[in-house]
Design a protein around this ligand. Structure first.
Ligand code: IPE
Ligand code: IPE
Ligand code: MG
Length: 224
């Protein structure tokens, strides 16, 4: 089975750059190039939806210079890539708190969402200024405000990842084996796959290896 929803923690840009004696921003640029080339490939393999972790709320405390470089890249991506995504039936979705971003970046992402809202073939979600705990707490507070009890279904629907299905395959590059506050609720039964490669080095063939490995997994969901 091909995973319906793949999520990727795109980690290792900084170390990729450091190894080459380049500034961290060069690593982020190389990561963005990699992301661009991977997206089409992921959907061509039959994956329906994909969520990419691009910036966590915790990352917001990095030096302003690095954040500015990232914001510049996001702006560039969302202003230049939308026509291509639109033509390939991809609906862009922002997952995270856009209010924490510089207004021009937030607006570029919101504009990409609006321009692709009619597409139905794939959803491509970008987790930017995202933190799972924050998202979960915000959902809880909505239920409290409305005086309603949550069910597992209504709770999922209140998260910023709604209406995406649960994550089937979660990939993290960059050698770390942790979730770093990413999709904690949505990944409850995700298959995890960790790559030693830094994200700018993560190729289409590496993605295919993750898919192959996923196909060998026995997803029991608690049964026998
Ligand atoms: C991931 O790469 C991208 C972001 C978090 C924005 P890092 O910047 O975390 O790269 P490393 O982990 O320092 O190598
Ligand atoms: C997680 O990577 C966030 C993104 C890849 C966007 P980090 O590099 O921020 O995670 P930690 O700090 O190593 O846990
Ligand atoms: Mg990192």
């Amino acid at each position: 089975m091909i995973p319906r929803h793949v999520a990727i923690i795109m980690d290792g840009n900084g170390r990729w750059a450091k190894k080459r004696l380049l500034p961290r921003s060069a690593g982020h640029r190389a990561g963005l190039q990699r992301m661009r080339s991977l997206i089409g490939h992921i959907f061509s393999r039959g994956v329906e939806d994909c969520t990419l972790f691009a910036l966590s709320v915790e990352n917001l405390s990095r030096p302003q210079e690095e954040l500015d470089a990232l914001y510049g890249l996001f702006f560039e991506y969302f202003t230049s890539e939308v026509p291509r995504l639109k033509d390939s039936g991809v609906k862009v979705k922002a997952v995270g708190d856009l209010a924490l971003l510089p207004p021009r970046v937030a607006e570029a992402i919101a504009c990409a969402e609006r321009d692709t809202a009619q597409n139905t073939a794939h959803t491509l979600a970008f987790a930017i200024a995202y933190g799972a705990r924050r998202d979960i707490v915000a959902a809880c507070n909505n239920f409290v405000r409305e005086g309603k009890e949550a069910t597992e279904e209504s709770f999922s629907a209140a998260l910023s990842t709604a209406p995406l299905p649960p994550v089937d395959l979660l990939i993290r590059t960059g050698r770390e084996m942790r979730l770093s506050n990413f999709l904690l609720y949505e990944s409850a039964y995700a298959e995890l796959w960790f790559s030693d490669k830094m994200f700018p080095d993560f190729t289409k063939a590496d993605f295919d290896r993750a898919l192959e490995e996923y196909q060998k997994r026995d997803r029991r969901f608690g049964t026998i």
